[in-house]
Design a protein around this ligand. Sequence first.
Ligand SMILES: Nc1nc2c(c(=O)[nH]1)N[C@@H](CN(C=O)c1ccc(C(=O)N[C@@H](CCC(=O)O)C(=O)O)cc1)CN2
Ligand SMILES: NCC(=O)N[C@@H]1O[C@H](COP(=O)([O-])[O-])[C@@H](O)[C@H]1O
Length: 282
Amino acid sequence: MTTLQETIVPSKRVRRITVLISGSGSNLQALLDSASTPSLPNAAITYVISSRSAAYGLTRAKNSVPAIPTSVCALKTFLNRNQGAGREDYDCEVARQVLDSKPDLVVLAGWMHILSDRFLDILNGEKQPPQPPALPPPRPSSLPTQTEPIPSASTSSSTSTSVPKEAQGHEGNTKSLPEPPTTQTFPIPIINLHPALPGAFDGANAIGRAFEAFQTGGIQHTGVMVHRVVAEVDRGEPLVVRNVEIKKEDKLEDLENRIHEIEHQIIVEGAKLVLEELDKEA
Ligand SMILES: Nc1nc2c(c(=O)[nH]1)N[C@@H](CN(C=O)c1ccc(C(=O)N[C@@H](CCC(=O)O)C(=O)O)cc1)CN2
Ligand SMILES: NCC(=O)N[C@@H]1O[C@H](COP(=O)([O-])[O-])[C@@H](O)[C@H]1O
């Protein structure tokens, strides 16, 4: 006879998702709205990194309940504050902040920078993350905020980077985010949302290029996908792919809106797929 103990399913650790953004964050919002629902079960968005301080996605994260810790790592600011540093150093700093957030999954949701091999090597566990850059000279009259260097914490030059305690699921906080695991598992999977079909319009401005191609008779429809992130931009294994109709009467905005609607569905589906894989491997 099965005892009660045998029928109790050990509760699975809530999976932690770090989201990288550069813009309005509507796809981040789709993930926030779906986390811990049947669409994206047993998951929480636990950290958001933006490449732009003006990204509205940062506001979405801070308005979430519980509020989600964020940091800004802007390329130009980083290079200005770290004389002699290059693009790869920037990528290493972003990777360091990602590791600091202790994710199970990283989602690029409109992240507008190509990630170098160094970033991928760090996320694969093949290379160590760098030490935080030296603190920039203190700014007169500015108090440290969540996105500015906090003197006592390890920080990057452009933003604060240590994941605040409330983000680490510490006991006692009734609305805390899920606890990070005691050890980080590698490789950390990274997925990207791309508004085009596999191999069609890699890179930036994919929707605009598809719209132009339709108008010149080059394509009959376009699409959207969520794919794994590899060194070659937008050429990682597709995980979710949807065709998107382009109508003769469409303006660019009509196509963008049609695509965004589907993006908000498939970014959740893609995240769910990868988390299910992690649970199978666990
Ligand atoms: N190594 C990888 N990095 C990234 C991937 C990827 O698959 N592998 N996906 C992209 C996302 N993306 C399209 O989906 C994308 C975004 C931006 C660019 C780009 O050319 N960026 C320019 C700068 C643009 C700007 O700052 O306005 C650049 O990085 O120099 C290409 C593809 C994310 N990264
Ligand atoms: N090459 C990557 C790329 O073009 N990503 C695009 O950035 C937008 C982010 O919107 P959001 O900030 O509202 O989520 C989305 O439309 C996404 O397809």
